[in-house]
Write a protein that binds this ligand. Structure first.
Ligand SMILES: *Cc1c(COP(=O)(O)O)cnc(C)c1O
Length: 425
């Protein structure tokens, strides 16, 4: 069931008309569906339910407090990659012992905050990082629970900017070096190594890379145990791809993914940790925007909309595909009278990269029409910037027939107040 679909020609988010949201909140805005977040979480939980497991939602996909609170109530843990995300997860009511701290460059302050909160575990990615964590834990009189993030040298076959599992990527510790890390950690009183972690990339659209990486890691776990090390958790990260509809990917279902993981890990006797991000949040949000101008230039038709690459950078950064639909679809009814036009959909920013799509066939549109870019719930609002001095756009959460602004739009005065002109200028 889709929670962003038209009723009587009007695009809805659950039972709320997007035209109403646009009129009351303004555009551009992100609009999320609580029902979709809930359904995705439950589908994933069911897919892994036969395993002893923890689902640690990857906060960086969508870190709005309302979203995190919703997921916390469903029982989700959190995978965080910064002190800021740690604070968000705790503030949203996610129990500290369900919080995993990932990331290749944790600062001393971030380690202290994690130890203070009592999170479990830190996924460490280098020997110097482990040494620093050990020193800080000793200083605080604590023992840090640790998993070692390995680099399985598996290419996830995804966009190069979101492939993280190859040897030349900055992530993880080479599998061949992991034994030595466990060995040296035996002399460190501030850390307790009890797990293996990995995360090989994002928007992965086949099971093969997962299978290769899990098989390698399973071999490593057996080898470490033979050396006398205790391995209690196996964190396989996130990365399961989703459908961007008109895009050309058909990723495996959560059930196929869960079945594969169970088959490859059932004899390991470990607690599994999953860190889904995009799978939970991607299709739970749209970017709602308004057509400012229709410009006919050269051989092209441009739809100039009020959203831009600073609001949603995925097309510019990853060549990402987003389905685009008019909010008022009456013009696009099945009466075949709708004129379809090839448009380049672009934002107002002074860069050619500020292009959401080129040569997209869409119903003919006019200035003032509203459109949605689908599948914008993950890596959308969280990657927004204020480039071109465009303040961050609001986020709206819908549930059934009600909605709330869950992050308000700052005005430019708020933004200017954060800056200071020294009197010596
Ligand atoms: C980004 C990230 C995830 C989530 O990836 P998705 O592709 O959104 O599922 C999980 N774990 C780590 C360590 C990450 O960096």
């Amino acid at each position: 069931m889709r929670h962003f679909s038209p009723i009587k020609g009007q695009m809805m988010a659950e039972q709320v008309s997007l035209a109403t949201v646009a009129a009351e909140v303004g555009t551009p805005a992100y609009v999320y569906s609580a029902a979709t977040f809930t359904r995705h979480y439950k589908v994933f939980a069911r897919a892994v339910s036969s395993m002893d497991s923890l689902i640690a939602y990857s906060v960086k996909a969508n870190s709005n407090q309302a979203v995190l609170s919703l997921l916390a109530k469903l029982g989700s843990g959190a995978d965080v990659v910064s002190g800021g995300e740690l604070a968000r997860a705790l503030a949203a009511g996610i129990a500290a012992d369900k919080i995993i701290f990932s990331g290749v460059g944790k600062s001393a302050e971030e380690m202290r905050a994690g130890l203070e909160a009592g999170i479990a575990p830190f996924n460490i990615e280098s020997m110097p990082e482990l040494q620093q964590l050990n020193a800080i834990a000793l200083d605080m009189g604590k023992t840090a629970p640790v998993a070692v993030r390995i680099n399985p040298n598996v290419c996830a076959g995804t966009h190069e900017k979101i492939c993280t599992g190859r040897a030349e990527n900055k992530f993880g510790i080479d599998i061949a070096d992991v034994d030595a890390v466990f060995e040296r950690a035996q002399d460190m009183q501030g850390v307790r190594l009890r797990g293996i972690a990995m995360h090989i990339g994002s928007q992965i659209d086949s099971l093969a890379p997962f299978a290769s990486a899990i098989t390698l890691a399973a071999g490593l776990i057996e080898r470490l145990r033979k050396q006398g090390h205790k391995i209690e958790t196996f964190d396989i990260g996130g990365g399961l791809g989703i459908s961007y509809a008109g895009g050309d990917t058909t990723p495996p279902s959560p059930k196929e993914y869960g079945d594969l993981v169970r088959r490859l890990t059932q004899d390991l006797d470990v607690r599994m940790i999953f860190e889904p991000g995009r799978m939970i949040a991607g299709n739970a949000g749209v970017l709602l925007a308004k057509v400012l101008y229709v410009k006919h230039g050269g051989a092209r038709n441009f739809l100039i909309i009020d959203a831009a690459m600073n609001d949603l950078i995925r097309p510019a950064l990853y060549d990402a595909y987003h389905d685009i639909e008019p909010v008022n679809a009456s013009a696009a009814d099945a009466d075949q009278k709708t004129k379809m036009i090839s448009y380049d959909v672009v934002g107002p920013i002074c860069e050619s990269g500020d292009t959401f799509t080129q040569h997209r066939m869409l119903p003919e549109m006019q200035a003032g029409d509203l459109i949605v870019l689908h599948t914008a719930g993950a890596y959308g609002a969280v990657q927004a910037s204020q480039y071109n001095s465009r303040p961050l756009i609001p986020e709206v959460l819908v549930k059934d027939d009600k909605y709330a602004v869950v992050r308000k739009r700052p005005n430019i005065e708020d933004v200017l107040k954060t800056e200071h002109v020294p009197d010596w200028v």
